[in-house]
Design a protein around this ligand. Structure first.
Ligand code: GDP
Length: 599
């Protein structure tokens, strides 16, 4: 790591590795090595997200900031940006101003997240103000002492992490609501883990202090036990007692949010084409697709040409959180926009580009990228961990652990701290009780972690998502086996386990000699299919032991080599190093599939 500070650099939300290298005046190899340190395995032509590019930039001594435009020529030409925009980009750093913090409220169910959001809205949106009542658009802004704060209106860490897994981090500060009469609960811990994994600072809102059985001290102690040490106890986490029902402490909470924001120095450049993230979208009966975008950089204006995910459009109308028509929106402002041809996804990026044509070109690129992106970047798997470590000094194995009971979780947690070598350790980013769900997968995906399930299953949605995101899920029911596997993976000793999948059977109908050492079996596929890459064995009536177990050497239909033959069809099969077919033999085709369980 270089100590030298090489100055500020603005990096777009997504950048190709080779362009990042150019931007940071270094070689693509150095960037690739830098990424590998963070368990991201990208090649020179792959796109990396800002969050990850920024890590590498920092380690090379730069001070990265988010931009959609870069001075790297390759990216400009790629995206068809205008000279005007390029000029804007060079002005970025001078134009940075402090922007309102974006806050997400998280915490255990029934601890008062919704009540808190409602109370803040009610007390801070002045009744006399034009269009004083807020409209539900997915986020709202309040003003405190002349400063604004943006609240995301969908509380909970599920939405927070789902967005993050899609590469969109919009939250600057997380407020964790803990009910003073109930204390730290499983979802409190989850929310804290999710905020930590995202490196978002947290503020504790100690809610329901109006209740007779509220026990703030106990809660503070419980928080300390899970490593959240509040200021009063000598730590650095701000804790504000509130009552979302009565409105007590709301002002204090808002002031503390502003204070934490000030320390964070949250800035953006309003004088450039806007970028943002879709936080909510729906199809409205009268107006068609309507999306709420949270502006992150620049100022969005009426009539701007925009790219939203794989769509291009023009901003036809904009409304703020009071339902008022507006002409422009600065960073951290949530606006509901009209003009999109379809309903986008939450987490999709919005970007303003110079012309309608540029918008179309870029939208097409995003669409293509999405189609080719079958395997997302940066996922870690236990089977390949050692190789990944060798290639680039991965320093830790991030783990999400789900167990059936707390006792086991404790035991596993303890054991995991002891595995690994000096230079590679296990980092438990989240531990919880219950089945593996979508939120766990999102967390693992966003953090480059694997998931370990102990005596629990993954639900269907989680499995589908894990497959899509390339997240490695391992199931165990014996602790020592789990620990052995992790240790083995960390030291490069893990043997991948395989499962056999029978693909189909063929019956040998005729036998042809086609050369000195080649015999073709004329077969009919009786069930399933046989593929060129299948493993094959021969099942023979009355034979003891295995007659043959090997690979298919050739598969033909008529004179043509084919890749696959399905049930009911006839074909010619040659097996590797085998000539002793008999009429009536059954050729069983199978494949070996890597098993994702350690159990
Ligand atoms: P969420 O699930 O975290 O969004 O929790 P809600 O906001 O829906 O609140 C759950 C319950 O706790 C509701 O019945 C609220 O009225 C109640 N509640 C929320 N905040 C307070 C509070 O400060 N004091 C009291 N006494 N009750 C509260």
């Amino acid at each position: 790591m270089k100590e030298k500070v090489t100055g500020p650099v603005s990096i777009p939300p997504q950048i190709v590795v080779k362009d990042l290298a150019e931007l940071l005046h270094t070689t693509p190899n150095e960037i690739i090595r830098g990424l590998i340190k963070h368990s991201i395995f990208a090649n020179i032509n792959q796109i990396v997200e800002y969050e990850k590019a920024a890590l590498v930039a920092e380690e090379l001594g730069f001070e990265p900031s988010l931009s959609t435009i870069t001075t790297a020529p390759a990216v400009q030409s790629d995206r068809g940006l205008s000279a005007n925009e390029a000029m804007m980009a060079t002005r970025n750093d001078d134009d940075m101003v402090v922007i309102p913090p974006v806050v997400t409220i998280m915490g255990h169910v029934d601890h008062g997240k919704t009540s808190l959001l409602d109370m803040i809205r009610k007390t801070k949106v002045a009744a006399g103000e034009a269009g004083g009542i807020t409209q539900y658009i997915g986020a709202y802004q309040v003003e405190v002492n002349g400063k604004k704060i943006t609240f995301l209106d969908t509380p909970g860490h599920e939405a927070f992490t789902a967005m993050r897994a899609r590469g969109a981090q919009v939250t600057h500060i997380a407020v964790i609501v803990v009910a003073a009469d109930d204390g730290v609960m499983p979802q409190t811990r989850e929310a804290i883990d999710h905020a930590r994994a995202a490196k978002v600072p947290i503020i504790i809102a100690l809610n329901k202090i109006d209740k007779a059985n509220a026990n703030p001290d106990l809660v503070k102690q419980q928080l300390a036990e899970i490593g959240v040490v509040i200021e009063e106890y000598g730590g650095d986490v701000v804790c504000v007692p509130v009552s979302a029902r009565r409105g007590t402490g709301i002002d204090d909470l808002l002031e503390m949010i502003l204070l934490v924001a000030e320390v964070q120095d949250i800035k953006a450049n309003p004088n450039r084409p806007a970028t943002g993230v879709i936080i909510e979208a729906k199809l409205e009966k009268n107006t068609g697709p309507t999306a709420t975008v949270l502006i992150q950089q620049g100022t969005l204006k009426m009539g701007d040409n925009i790219v939203v995910g794989p769509m291009s459009a023009k901003v036809r109308a904009m409304f703020n959180d009071r339902g008022k028509r507006i002409q422009k929106a600065a960073p951290s402002t949530p606006v509901s926009i009209l003009g999109l041809p379809e309903v986008p996804n939450a987490g999709d990026r919005l970007e303003v580009v110079a012309s309608e044509r540029a918008a179309k070109i870029q939208a097409t690129k995003v669409a293509e990228q999405r189609r080719s992106d079958s395997m997302p970047l940066g996922q870690v798997s236990l089977d390949t961990l050692y190789m990944q470590m060798q290639e680039g000094k991965v320093k830790e194995l991030a783990v999400v652990l789900k167990c059936d009971v707390q006792g086991t979780a404790e035991a596993i947690k303890n054991a995991l701290t002891k595995v690994g070598e000096e230079n590679i350790k296990v980092r438990l980013i989240h531990e919880g009780i219950g089945n593996i769900n979508e939120t766990d997968v999102h967390l693992a995906s966003a953090s480059g972690a694997i998931i370990i399930g102990f005596n629990v299953k993954a639900d269907g949605a989680a499995l589908r998502l894990a497959q899509k995101e390339g997240v490695d899920i391992r199931y165990y029911d014996v602790i020592y086996k789990l620990i052995d596997d992790i240790q083995a993976a960390l030291t490069g000793m893990l043997e991948p386990t395989y499962r056999e999948v029978i693909e189909g059977h063929a019956e040998v109908m005729q036998i042809f000699k086609a050369g000195k050492n080649t015999v073709i079996a004329g077969c009919r596929i009786t069930d399933g299919k046989i593929t060129r890459s299948s493993q094959a064995r021969i099942l023979r009536r009355n034979a003891t032991g295995i007659v043959y177990d090997g690979k298919i050497a050739s598969l033909r239909r008529g004179k043509d080599d084919v890749r696959e033959v399905a049930t009911g069809y006839e074909c010619g099969i040659v097996l590797d190093d085998f000539t002793d077919f008999e009429i009536g033999d059954i050729i069983e085709a199978y494949a070996k599939e890597r098993v994702k369980t350690g159990a």
